[in-house]
Write a new protein. Sequence first.
Length: 149
Amino acid sequence: MLYSARQRAAWLRWQAAHDASISATCRHFGIARSTFYRASRRRDEERLDRFLAGTGGTALPRAPQGRPRVYWTAINLELVSRLDLEHPRWGKRQVHAELVAHGFPMSEATVGRMLREVRRHCPVCQGEGIHRSLRHTLERGIRRGQAYW
């Protein structure tokens, strides 16, 4: 069950005002102790006074609020694009193994994200979603040695 910020603030205010135990507060509101602890963890410690006064909801968001940072360099991206051009049917595992063998340690998930970017901006496919088709095999000789960027 989802509880609003006002409900969570009411629990915390009641517990502070009555100097009651957490178990008593949870019995009073009919909630589980784990729910109360989760609500108290979510509050922002720096703005505790505002939260308890009810003048502003300071519940912290649970989901990440931004995109993941890019952890690769242009050189890494060029290597991945060349390997993808030479071996268009390879997936992230094969490309990752090849990069590690050549002394470029990075995670398999990062290689997968890099492949997704390379394939999204591929000049041969031009975003048609048929990246692993025969077009790459035919045009491989023309584009060998060139990066996709």
